[in-house]
Structure formats: C-alpha cells, structure tokens
Design a protein around this ligand. Structure first.
Ligand code: CA
Ligand code: CA
Length: 78
C-alpha cells in the first residue's frame, strides 16, 4: 500500500514537473555540487538551508537517498 501510494505520488510529481523542470534546471545544477545529476542529502541541505531535514528526506520519493531533478522540483515548488 505504501509502495503504491509512493508510486502514484511519483507519477503525479513527474507529470507536474515537466513544465517547471526547465526553470529549475539552473538552481538544481548549481546545487548539484559534484555534477552527478542527483542531490545527495548533503547537497540538498546546503542548497535548502531553510528547509528542515525531515522535509528533504520526505521529498526523496523513491528512497534512494538523493533528490532527482523531479523530486527537487516537487520539494521547491510549494
Ligand atoms: Ca550530486
Ligand atoms: Ca530520490
């Protein structure tokens, strides 16, 4: 159930992220210090100093320990 909910949320996030993805690209790339295309928790915390760590962790929708551009967009869109 939890996996299904996460999958549904990720699909929704990806659908919503198509338009803002381009606008966020510069900020994301600036935050991606090592240029691997993902924000580690350390990079995300450095890029979003006003965002509680729990919120950043919750934004890692696929639980891989890093934020993809779509996850970052979803986190910063609100
Ligand atoms: Ca990175
Ligand atoms: Ca992730």
């Amino acid at each position: 159930m939890k996996t299904l909910l996460k999958t549904t949320s990720l699909t929704l996030v990806l659908a919503l992220a198509v338009a803002p993805a381009f606008a966020q690209a510069t900020a994301f790339e600036a935050a991606d210090v090592n240029g691997d295309g993902l924000l580690s928790m350390e990079e995300a915390k450095a890029a979003l100093p006003d965002t509680p760590e729990a919120v950043i962790v919750a934004g890692d929708l696929n639980n891989d320990g890093s934020l993809s551009p779509a996850e970052y967009d979803a986190l910063t869109a609100s």
